[in-house]
Design a protein around this ligand. Structure first.
Ligand code: BGC
Length: 387
């Protein structure tokens, strides 16, 4: 049996996002879409807003030493220019709770959901969007102070723009390539402005984004596939990262997907129907070498209601993460998605990504057996393999 040791001070954690777990959020575009019957309602979700202490105790009992969560813009700024003191106080307490339990916070400032007033202005289509976003971020950072060392400005900009403006299946349900491009570019500008402003006020805060990159590959004999692969790699994986390359202290990598053109490997699937191919995370990490930045895997996870694949999924991916570290990639942390079962956007509550199973009737939390397997890794900073 092989023992693969991870670097010292490696962050082991899990991730969530506000709208997916907190419950009780009414003033954002998703809640609005739910009221209009266009999206499932998140309702109370996992009631994490009231039960975060209990949830962090679970994370700690699982030997995690870091935690990624997001701040809900619609709570902080429910109306344009009106900032809610109670809401920011809540997140100060969340940070305090994490620090008190020895969990390093990774704070996402924006994870897909927009305040209604901002959505009404056209959200990130609006050319003034970077100004509004920066004002919100500055407010949050000034109030949270040194409590948050690691900031993620934007979660998965390409997924957001793709789902909302190319496929048109998420709010604001547009299908328009020009708007898609505009939104992507406004998100780039938003990030870069926020980076500059925060660094000016506190150069010690470390700032990045969480970027969903995919492993695009093609058989050598599929000429069209090869061209598509090259284009997608450049556009989907690298366009955004290149445009912010001087304004990021680390890269947050969210890894879920691979797309192979012209060949097929037999692969198991998750409950979402997503094929599982762990070596792909190695390919994607190797592609990030050129940026010469520390990398945190900000998300990697599987929907697996019966918990028969999750433990192996985590171990197999970590095997390839370790291989990437061995090959010179500076990976410093891994956040499983997700700590809790949660609201999976247009799919509602059915997909079960959690290390912790939710009973949404009673709000009881049940730790899945795969969580204990992950715990061993977090505890020992080591992965035992059969290879
Ligand atoms: C998102 C999460 C989502 C997860 C699983 C990522 O794209 O950041 O919000 O729940 O993937 O689909």
């Amino acid at each position: 049996m092989g023992k693969l040791r991870f670097p010292d001070k490696f962050f082991w954690g899990s991730a969530t996002s506000s709208y997916q777990v907190e419950g009780g959020i009414e003033y954002n575009d998703w809640a609005q879409a739910a009221r209009e019957g266009k999206m499932p309602a998140a309702g109370k979700a996992a009631d994490h807003y009231n039960r975060y202490e209990e949830d962090f105790d679970i994370a700690k009992s699982l030997n995690q030493n870091a935690h990624r969560f997001s701040i809900e813009w619609a709570r902080i700024e429910p109306e344009e220019g009106r900032f809610d003191e109670d809401a920011i106080e809540h997140y100060r307490k969340v940070l305090q709770a994490l620090r008190g339990k020895g969990l390093e916070p990774f704070v996402t400032l924006w994870h897909f959901t927009l305040p209604i007033w901002f959505a009404k202005m056209g959200g990130f289509e609006n050319k003034k969007a970077p100004f509004y976003f920066a004002r919100y971020c500055e407010y949050v950072v000034s109030r949270l102070g040194e409590r948050a060392q690691f900031l993620i400005t934007i979660n998965e900009p390409m997924i957001y723009a793709g789902q909302s403006y190319m496929k048109g299946i998420w709010p604001p349900f547009r299908k328009n390539i020009f708007k898609f491009i505009k939104v992507v570019n406004n998100l780039i500008m938003s990030h870069n402005i926020v980076y500059g402003k925060i660094k000016l006020s506190d150069p010690n805060i470390l700032i990045g984004i969480a970027k969903n990159n995919m492993d695009f590959d093609s058989s050598r004999f599929n000429f069209a596939g090869r061209l598509i692969q090259i284009f997608l790699r450049l556009f989907w994986n690298h366009y955004f990262l290149k445009k912010i390359s001087r304004q990021q202290d680390f890269i947050g990598l969210n890894f879920y997907f691979h797309k192979h053109f012209g060949y097929k490997i037999y692969e198991k699937k998750s409950d979402m129907g997503w094929a599982i191919y762990p070596p792909a995370i190695h390919h994607v990490l190797m592609e990030l070498k050129k940026y010469r930045k520390p990398i945190y895997i900000a998300e990697n996870g599987i929907a697996d209601a019966v918990d028969s694949k999750r433990a192996k999924f985590i171990k197999d991916h970590l095997y390839w993460v370790h291989r990437a570290i061995h090959d010179g990639i500076d990976v410093r942390g891994y956040f499983y998605w997700s700590l809790l079962d949660n609201f999976e956007w247009d799919k509602g509550f059915e997909p079960r990504f959690g290390l912790v199973e939710m009973n949404y009737e009673t709000m009881e939390r049940g730790i899945r057996s795969s969580a204990y397997e992950y715990k061993k890794i977090c505890e020992t900073n080591m992965l035992e393999t059969n290879n």
